[in-house]
Design a protein around this ligand. Structure first.
Ligand code: SF4
Length: 992
């Protein structure tokens, strides 16, 4: 531990507030500092925690940013510096709890039990399920940062019923980009603002990325970069944009289609890039039949690596110089060749074909700016001007870096070409039921401009780019769900064809959430938002035990909140709960805790070991991989135990093969031991820094028993800088591809052509059209799949809009995460509550006044599914057809140990009450086919931002409090109930 000096102002006097000074009237104890990684949001900045010895060991005194950390370079935000108030939160759970016999779920009546009893209950129950029907155990987690462990636990248990929060967060952003360019935004890649000249941000609030984006934006603006924000709401980053372009929610795809129309029409596209690095010139079969819409293949295996359905390289192009068909690689890109991008051609066997780009051109032909204006609300002239601006920036302001690199076909490029238009998008695009195709249209538009892993454009972060489709097949074989047997594949992955769906022979879903079924085939992150509803309906079967970690499914992490709370408590005809056993692991008494049969008290991020791993979601930078750790800086409170330790203990007691030796002895003492010694393949572990027995190897090497110490000594972070010639064009950069394979980030070293045209989507469409002999979808889903699995991007109205009376519900309603809070964690934080203690519905004054609602007045917001009463703020910073509010500030009365009269429950509200987790579903003949998840039909991403609403003034006699209200549960046994000892100082004096 390092002693830090007291901070004195330059004139030698104490500053007004010196948090590092010893408390007045106490012994002059040295403040010590420990580095770890923030988890007040998911950006994972490096922090320094300042500690002082207290009565029961070190106490957190102050948190600031670590100036030596590559992610935040010392910057810290309001959330990060308020971690101390999370640590001392009155809502902290402190001991394991069991629901009192005879009490109702939701009543929150618990009795304390020991960890030994807790493990005995779990071991008995889980071993019985595992020995009989493992799929009856489901593990779903919130924004956990150790999916490599939680996923491994489920796989070793033998249940396919596992997912983290991605299905209700931003899977459309991940999958839409990964299936198109092999990487995505945020943890996977992002805008190179160091070299961009124009930055276009779309559908992004403040939260993804946070500090790193602020740092980059600040430098970008100082350099004179131009920043355009396209968003229904002007908040967060948009506040410093040079131009705000308001857009109607769920219509971004129409804007991108119109921009592509303009870029192609006026030839503002990077043709050489498209010809060499994308599948734009590759020939697609036009003739009807089982090959219709798929790429024509050269059957000669000598023409390239054999296709395995993932990124095959034996496709064909039409060479315009010789006027003949030839293999796309390497012949089609040889010097002197010029693969056609347009036209239609006939192969020697009479097959009619066309380059994929020709089909894209046809797809966008009708998508004029006038067409998009009617959908997006953006004037056609503005769309045209935007297309000119992005096209000219990419092509006319292009520059070259003196960095030679060699592509996968042996051509050395003397320089690296920069395309200085950068885009960034997040949940505003993703959280719609048309989000996958919207994100794909953005990815294809970026590809037209050649701005993929180029200086000044979008850049990947290791281990991305992945193959298209990534070499991770999700578990899909019902026969392999066997007693006491691990699954033969991970529960989550990326399907490449209908043969990889997780379904039974009759086409019904294998998983409780219906992920990877015909309903949502490419649901790469699972569908957590379906679990409770499906489990209660026993659709497709009944669960025994549902374990929820860090997800507030009884409040803000669920749609249709009041109904889901009732479902959690629903009993069957036999009087038993429809979900027989519910285990909740949380650090705080959230709304979800009251519904648990067993409560596992988790630690805070300051009390445990964690890894931000290359096996999961690391914190890599553009120039190379970065991973990091958390180390405990204070002891766990009470009996709190990290969930990681719970899983390691359970895996050992249940004798999972990966966690126990031949005689059943446990392999890993604890979680840190597991992190050091577990290797999914030789030399590859959870952490890539300081490997090898003496810690001298990096990226790959034998386990190092002192690895944790070495991370700790180095600020809890490891950064590796790639050679400069490996930092760009990584889809095709042979040196990088070889390196990535050698280090275990990729299974192969072959290039990744961008998928302008997705034959993977076409495989599903062909099956739905009955044109292929393989797996066929159920009849009622054929038209749905045929419609949405278009191999080319397209725009369609969000599903809820398509089935709603838009005259009755004329407004879109969306939420955003506030800058100062992360999910529900922070509206209980004593410091952050002073920034937001409740939320308003923000409405354009024109819209609010037309409805007769005054600024500050109370109103009702109604959707087809429910209603809320809340307060309104007039705001010019929202387009007139949209209303919005902050997410997750509203709390259930009494939860999180807030006073039942607290603003959060009396004035705060959740929009979730208005959103249904299911929509009515009609088959292709217009007949009712029951309900289906309110999600993207391709990925299963929850359609949070699709809801349609209307507003009206509340009546004067109505109470001035939000609706609905719920009864406050009693404090859980052992919950702190009041803040732990909090040190407060003013001007160097201790005030209590
Ligand atoms: S952005 Fe703020 S809350 Fe998020 S990790 Fe960084 S310091 Fe912590």
């Amino acid at each position: 531990m390092t002693a830090t000096p007291n901070l004195l102002s330059t004139d030698g006097r104490l500053p007004l507030h010196n948090p590092l000074a010893p408390p007045a009237g106490t012994d002059d104890q040295a403040t010590t500092v420990k580095c770890t990684t923030c988890y007040m949001c998911a950006c994972r900045c490096g922090i320094r925690v300042h500690l002082r010895e207290g009565e029961n060991g070190p106490e957190v005194r102050y948190i600031d940013g670590n100036p030596d950390h590559p992610i935040n370079k010392g910057v810290i935000c309001a959330k990060g510096s308020s971690g101390i108030m999370k640590q001392v939160s009155p809502a902290r759970l402190t001991q394991p709890l069991r629901r009192k016999p005879g009490s109702e779920r939701g009543a929150g009546e618990f009795e304390p039990i020991s960890w030994e009893e807790t493990f005995a209950i779990l071991t008995e129950r889980l071993s019985r399920i595992r020995a009989t029907d493992p799929k009856k155990f489901a593990l779903f987690t919130g924004r956990d940062q150790m999916q490599a462990l939680t996923g491994l636990f489920a796989r070793q248990f033998g249940t396919p019923n596992y997912a983290a929060h991605g299905g209700f967060c931003s899977v459309n952003m991940a999958a839409g980009m990964i299936y198109s360019v092999g990487g995505s935004f945020w943890e996977f890649g992002g805008p190179d603002l160091d070299r961009a000249k124009l930055f276009v941000m779309i559908g992004t609030a403040e939260d993804h990325h946070s500090n790193p984006m602020k740092i980059a934006l600040s430098a970008f603006k100082r350099r004179g970069g131009r920043f355009i924000s396209i968003n229904p709401v002007r908040t967060g980053y948009s506040a410093i944009a040079d131009e705000w372009i308001p857009i109607k929610p769920g219509t971004d795809g129409a804007l991108f289609m119109a921009l592509m129309h303009e870029l192609i029409k006026h030839d503002r596209i990077d043709r050489p890039f498209l010809q060499r690095f994308t599948n734009a010139p590759q020939l697609v079969v036009l003739d009807e039949g089982e090959r219709e819409g798929l790429f024509a293949f050269d059957p000669d295996p000598a023409k390239g690596p054999p296709g395995d359905g993932r990124n095959p390289h034996n496709k064909l192009v039409w060479d315009t110089t010789s006027g003949q068909v030839m293999a796309a690689y390497p012949e089609g890109i040889a010097d002197g060749r010029s693969p056609a991008l347009t036209g239609t051609y006939t192969l020697a066997d009479g097959t009619r074909v066309a380059p994929a780009f020709q089909l894209l051109t046809q797809q966008v032909a009708e998508c004029t700016p006038e067409w998009a204006q009617a959908i997006t609300g953006i004037a056609a002239g503005r769309i045209r001007a935007l297309a000119v601006e992005i096209g000219n920036t990419a092509l006319k302001q292009a520059f070259e870096l003196p960095i030679p690199w060699t592509d996968a076909w042996g051509k050395t490029h003397p320089t690296t070409v920069g395309r200085p238009v950068a885009f960034h998008a997040m949940r505003g695009l993703a959280a719609h039921s048309n989000g996958f195709q919207t994100v794909r249209s953005l990815a294809v538009m970026m590809s037209l401009l050649g701005t993929i892993d180029a200086p000044g454009g979008f850049r990947h972060k290791a281990p991305y780019p992945r193959h298209i489709v990534p070499n991770y097949r999700a578990f899909n074989d019902p026969e392999q769900v066997k007693p006491n047997t691990p699954l033969n594949a991970a529960p989550l992955g990326f399907p490449a064809s209908p043969e990889e769906l997780a379904i039974h022979a009759d086409g019904s879903p294998l998983r409780i959430d219906h992920a990877f079924s015909w309903e949502h085939p490419l649901s790469a992150h699972g569908m957590m938002h379906n679990v409770i509803t499906n489990a209660v309906k026993a659709d497709p079967y009944r669960l025994d035990t549902l374990m929820i970690f860090m997800a507030n499914m009884a409040w803000n992490s669920t749609m249709n909140t009041m109904a889901v709370r009732e479902l959690l408590n629903r009993r069957g005809d036999d009087g038993e709960y429809q979900i027989p056993f519910l285990v909740v692991c949380d650090a705080f008494q959230s709304e979800m805790v009251a519904y648990a049969d067993l409560v596992l008290p988790d630690t805070t991020y300051l009390e445990r070991h964690d890894v931000m791993s290359m096996l999961d979601r690391p914190i890599s930078e553009f120039d190379g991989p970065v991973d990091s750790v958390r180390v405990p800086v204070v002891a766990p409170l009470g009996q709190c135990k990290p969930f990681q330790e719970v899983l390691i203990e359970l895996a050992s007691r249940l004798k999972f093969p990966a966690f126990t030796g031949a005689e059943g002895a446990r392999k890993f003492k604890d979680y840190p031991d597991f992190v050091v010694n577990f290797q999914p393949q030789p030399g590859i572990g959870f952490l890539m820094g300081w490997r090898g027995e003496d810690g001298t190897e990096h990226l790959r090497g034998a386990p190092n028993p002192k690895q944790w110490e070495m991370y700790e000594k180095n600020g809890c972070v490891f950064q590796y800088h790639l050679r400069e010639d490996q930092q760009y064009m990584r889809n095709w950069n042979q040196s990088y591809l070889d390196f990535a394979k050698e280090k275990g980030w990729r299974q192969k070293n072959d290039p990744v052509q961008l998928a302008i045209y997705s034959d993977v989507l076409q495989l599903f469409r062909l099956a739905a059209q009955g044109k292929t002999a393989g797996r066929q979808p159920p009849e009622h889903l054929r038209e749905r799949i045929s419609t949405y699995f278009d191999p080319l991007p397209f725009w369609y109205p969000p599903l809820e809009s398509a089935c709603s009376d838009l005259d009755a519900y004329p407004l879109n309603a969306i939420t955003q995460r506030p800058m100062a809070m992360y999910h529900s964690w922070d509206s209980q934080n004593a410091w952050l509550r002073q920034i937001h203690s409740h939320n308003y519905l923000h409405v354009n004054p024109v819209t609010a006044l037309a409805a007769g609602i005054a600024d500050g007045g109370w109103c009702w917001v109604e959707s087809r599914w429910g209603k809320v009463r809340c307060m309104v703020r007039h705001s010019e910073a929202v387009e007139p057809g949209t209303v919005w509010t902050w997410n997750a500030i509203g709390k259930a009365s009494g939860a999180w140990q807030l006073d039942p009269g607290a603003d959060e429950s009396r004035k705060g509200f959740l929009l979730n009450h208005l959103i249904s987790e299911e929509l009515p579903f009609t088959d292709g003949d217009g007949k009712s086919a029951g309900t289906i998840s309110n999600s993207d039909p391709i990925t299963g991403q929850a359609g949070w931002y699709d809801v349609r609403v209307r507003i009206r003034p509340a009546e004067p006699e109505e109470p001035e409090e939000t609706f609905p209200q719920v009864a406050a549960p009693p404090p859980a046994p052992g919950v702190l109930g009041k803040a732990q000892k909090v040190l407060t100082y003013f001007a160097g004096r201790k005030t209590r």
